[in-house]
Structures are given as C-alpha cells and as structure tokens.
Design a protein around this ligand. Structure first.
Ligand SMILES: [Zn+2]
Length: 387
C-alpha cells in the first residue's frame, strides 16, 4: 500500500488551520458574552458602580452599574433591582424602562438594571434558552437584551458544591443554589463572588438609607408564587395597601408574607439586616417553566405555548392563561404599574420619605405600544458598560 505522506500532511495542516479558525470565532463570541448590554439613561441619572459601596468588587466581573437620579424636592430613596435572575426578562426590562424614562420629582431613585452581571454571560445548561431578546424601537432600530441564567457564570464560580450552606443561618440547599444571588444575602465581604455581590447590594441599601427596595423577578405559571408580591413583615402593610389598589385597577395580584425560616432571599435578609422595606415581585414567564415546548426568543417575548394552554385547561396553572399567552409587555406593565402604585402608597404612609417619579408609561400604554416604544434609540453613547 502506498502511503501518501505529503498529501496527509497538507490535509492535517488544513484541518488544524480550520479548527483554529473555529476556535477564534467561537472564543470571540464567548468573550463577547461578558460585555454588558447597552442602556441609555434618562436625563438626570448619574452612574456609579456597586464597587463604590463595597470596594471588594472593584475590577471584578461581579461589579455592576448603579444609576441614581435625585429630584429637586427632598424625600426618601427607592431602589429598583433588575437582573437578579437573567433568565427572567421582565425584571431587567422593567428596570431599564425606569432608567430610560423616569423623571424624579421628589427623593432619589436608584436603578441597578443587571444585578448579577455574570449571569447574563451564559445560559443555563440543558435549558435550550435563547441567548437574547430584541425590541424594535420607534425609529426602526433594534435594542438587544441578553437572556441569561439564574446562576452566576461557571467562569466566575467553579466548581459547584454538592450542598450549599447559607452562612448566616446554616440552612442547607442544593449545591447549584450557591450560585444564586437570591440565596446569597446578606452576603459576605470575604465570601464567594456571589456572596460578595450580595454584600455590595446590602452596603448600598445601608449606605444610601434606602426606604423601599424592589427585587424584580419572574416565575413559571405552574409555580404557586406567581403574579405575586412577596413582602417582609416591615413592608407588609404597605404591600397590602398597594395590592388592594392594584386589584382595584384590574391587575390581579397575590400577596405573600416572606417566610421567616427561608434564608438568603432579598425579601427576608434585606429586611432583617438593613432598615429598608423589601418587596419582591413575580410575573409569569412560560419560557422558564418546566411544561414548555420549543424555547426561543418568540416564546420569551410572547409567552405563547400550547403545552401551557393545555395545562391551563386542566387547571394546573396558578395564573389565568389563554391563547394570547403571557406577552412580555404585559409582564413589564405589571411590574412598572405595581412600582408606581407602591410609590404613591409610600407617600401616603410615610409622607417625609415619599418618592415621586414622573414620565413613566401606564399599564395600557405599555401593553398597547409595546416595550420598544419606551426604550431609547441606541444613538447615544451607552452609559451602561462597566468601563
Ligand atoms: Zn427569580
């Protein structure tokens, strides 16, 4: 048999070059995932970083932008946190809507659109999630937001322990919860990256004396705590009044007290370890549910899925569901309207600490015109990037 050594060498060299080329293209795309989505703050917002409150985050991939706008009249301070779970888009899109539209008339408004920045850099394994969602802005240009993971990126935290022990309570949870920002509070300045991130958020709450703080989430339609407000005992009375007002406006909402023996969550630890009144809110997102079929950008945006329609027919869901699905604009409209109602209620309950925010679209406007109508054109320099 004749062995064509020269021919094999050429083939091997060509294959090696091809493989290296694929590595360069894939590596660049992978590295690009660590770059934050652009946001375009409304006039009056100033940008800080979370590391300004806790220096241990400086230069770390867990550091994230904090935007603040102070109104002409003195009042209290409110924080809106989006992106605790980057696979729950109504949370960070609602935070972005406040950032890009709000005009603060009284008090101070803090917005952290991408709380767990590293969770935006990857999607959850075996979930087949889309890696982005897009919105058409009024001038025809497109705004993109990443669809990420509930967990901190494995590039930042590796390996995952079998059991996660929550430090301040000793509570034991499944190992993957060690990467979940909403199991890491009150955090630890010397701890894992996500514990340091949680500590940084606690330092902001304490340092800025935040009166009322929102953590915006989504949950599966088959999960009992959905289309719901979860409130710490200190914020329960305020939340009850806001819930009644929302129901009066035709927006169905459950109210759940924060369980005292479930640790690491914002609605528990923000209230136990700071002076703030914590509120966590959940809208219904079929693209993160267990019953869903094909998982793509269309599902993340429309929430339309025939398996969920069938489950609704069988009475298995905790929210009303029909062939219209659960569109993202409806989920965002719920969060934005609920925050506005909370701010009005706060001014009634605690007048000196009231915060007044103008220029936010109403529920009907967001549902009718879509989210893109209230996002800014990407024609100015972004202020959202960490560098
Ligand atoms: Zn969540």
């Amino acid at each position: 048999m004749n062995f064509d050594f020269k021919g094999n060498k050429i083939t091997a060299t060509a294959l090696l070059a091809l493989a290296l080329g694929v590595c360069v293209v894939a590596g660049r795309e992978f590295a690009g995932n660590a770059e934050m989505d652009a946001v375009f703050p409304a006039e009056g917002f100033q940008k800080k970083m979370l590391s300004d409150y806790f220096g241990g985050l400086k230069g770390h991939p867990m550091d994230t932008p904090v935007f603040v706008q102070e109104g002409p009249e003195p009042g209290g301070s409110v924080l809106i946190l989006g992106g605790t779970h980057p696979n729950e888009p109504s949370g960070y899109v609602s935070a972005a809507l406040f950032l890009e539209n709000a005009r603060v008339a009284r008090g101070r408004l803090f917005v952290i659109p991408f709380a767990n920045a590293s969770g935006f850099a990857n999607t959850l394994a075996q979930e087949a999630s889309p890696n982005r969602i897009r919105f058409a802005v009024l001038d025809g240009s497109v705004r993109t937001f990443r669809y990420g993971s509930r967990d901190t990126s494995p590039v930042v935290m590796w390996p995952t322990p079998d059991i996660y022990i929550h430090k301040s309570s000793g509570q034991e949870l499944a190992g993957n919860e060690s990467k979940n920002l909403n199991r890491a509070y009150p955090g630890d300045p010397e701890g894992t990256p996500v514990e340091r991130l949680a500590y940084g958020i606690m330092e902001l709450l304490r340092g800025e004396r935040i009166t009322l703080a929102f953590d915006l989430h989504e949950a599966s339609p088959e999960y009992p705590v959905v289309e719901a407000i979860v409130a710490h005992e200190r914020s329960l009375e305020l939340a009850a009044a806001a819930t009644m007002e929302l129901i009066g406006q035709g927006i169905d909402m459950r109210l759940e007290p924060s369980p005292k023996n479930l640790h690491g969550l914002s609605h528990r630890e923000w209230g136990d370890f700071t002076e703030t009144m914590p509120i966590l809110m959940e809208s219904a997102n079929p693209s993160q549910g267990r019953l869903r079929g094909r998982t793509d950008e269309a599902l993340a945006l429309s929430g339309r899925d025939k398996a969920y329609l069938k489950a609704a027919g069988l009475g298995r869901l905790f929210v009303p569901y029909d062939e219209n699905g659960k569109p993202l604009e409806q989920r965002v409209a719920r969060h934005v309207t609920a925050i506005n109602v909370f701010l009005e209620t706060l001014s009634l309950f605690d007048e000196p600490n009231g915060v007044s925010v103008e220029n936010m679209p109403g529920y009907g406007e967001i549902v009718e015109k879509g989210v893109g109508a209230y996002l800014r054109k990407p024609n100015r320099e972004s202020n959202g990037k960490p560098n």
